[in-house]
Design a protein around this ligand. Structure first.
Ligand SMILES: [Zn+2]
Ligand SMILES: [Zn+2]
Length: 93
């Protein structure tokens, strides 16, 4: 019988099936509600403050620290980030 069982999507965090009642969608993946938290600080996330990066979830703060364009690690660069208005991109226009 050419019957294919419907495959439940797997949560990238715990590799278990995600059912509709508990799913959270981010970055093309489906996550458990309980797995939908920052991989660095463990903060619970929702669809407005989550950032997906290579099947890992981060809050916006941690993602910016880990993958931000400045490349600063924890403990540095926060002040520099807020001062970066992009003015260097507007010169010569
Ligand atoms: Zn999970
Ligand atoms: Zn975080």
């Amino acid at each position: 019988m050419p019957f294919k069982p419907a495959e439940n999507p797997k949560c990238p965090k715990c590799q278990k099936s995600v059912y509709a009642a508990e799913e959270r969608v981010a970055g093309g993946y489906k996550w458990h509600k309980s797995c939908f938290k920052c991989g660095l600080c463990g903060k619970m996330l929702d669809s407005t403050n989550c950032t997906e990066h290579e099947a890992e979830l981060y809050c916006k703060n941690c993602h910016a620290r880990k993958y931000g364009p400045k490349g600063y690690g924890f403990g540095g660069g926060a002040g520099c980030l807020s001062m970066d208005t992009g003015s260097h991109l507007q010169q010569g226009s």
